[in-house]
Design a protein around this ligand. Sequence first.
Ligand SMILES: [Zn+2]
Ligand SMILES: [Zn+2]
Length: 350
Amino acid sequence: MTVLASGSRGNATVIAAAGTRLLVDAGLSCRELLRRMALAGEDPSQLNAILITHEHLDHVAGLAVLARRLGIPVFFTEATHRAWVRMVKPRTTMTYAKWLDHLQAEKEARAAQTASQHAPAHSFAAVAEAPVFTADDEMQRNAGISLQEAGQGTEPVVVDEDAELEAASMAMPAKAKADPSFLPAVEYFRAGQSFSIGAIEVEPFTIPHDAADPCGFVFHARTESIRMAVATDLGYIPPNVKLALKNVDVLLLESNHDLEMLKDGPYPWSVKQRVLSRVGHLSNAACAEFLLRDYDGGAHTIVLGHLSEQNNLPELARLAAEQAIGGRMSLLGNRLLLAVQDAPLESICL
Ligand SMILES: [Zn+2]
Ligand SMILES: [Zn+2]
């Protein structure tokens, strides 16, 4: 597991095993994702697929551009895909019938692209006519907490540099060019139903969060008995998540905010309510409560992630988790790391 970024300004993590490499979320600009991968010693051309936990901007900011550039499939739940399409095409109202038409049109565009393509898949990319994201009201609503947490409230950082990046690449068929939500391939999964990508088995589980159909993942290399889990962006830890997080070797778990800092902090009351709600974000205390009461103590490494820059301090998150793990910390097990926003974390290899 290599955490490239974690926090309300962008999330992305590489999971690799037995020759398969997956990117979980693409919440930085494409350019920044490529830069982070280079820093972490990861080769983007080796990625097999992108998996999306949910459609909030801090998990999808560079998605379309990166997927088109690498020519790799994106795995979503159908509800998350649909919410994402509505987010990148904010002026579209879409009934379910219209959504099905959209899927059909995309399928045709992909077929046309395959037929007309002379260059290898990875060099095909859109000429961006307009930025993928606008500071449109609806998009801000969709980005919700994430944008507001970023403390910028308006324009995401992504767009311009990625538009440039795409414009510098090869053109692609008109249909795809006109559609900012065009992806080289889309695959659907459902929470609770495991599936395989190459050598990795993926077990998606539902998490409580204010998005269309948010998921966490457990990854399991079929040739080895190692399990790694990603669980961030959840308001609390319900029984299905406790169950999913049993018996994992590496756990990336949210420790978003300190309750006192959030209550006394700069957010408007409505945003505080959302963060604190059952579909908001996990506090240091709730994370510690899980580690104390429900966690089985078997992980090699626990990574605390999605720390709020406004309402948390790394020392507070660490202290709460360390106190909860308490006597179970050992040289070989329960090493505690903190993921950060602005740099990749050293790869965790088992
Ligand atoms: Zn998030
Ligand atoms: Zn979120």
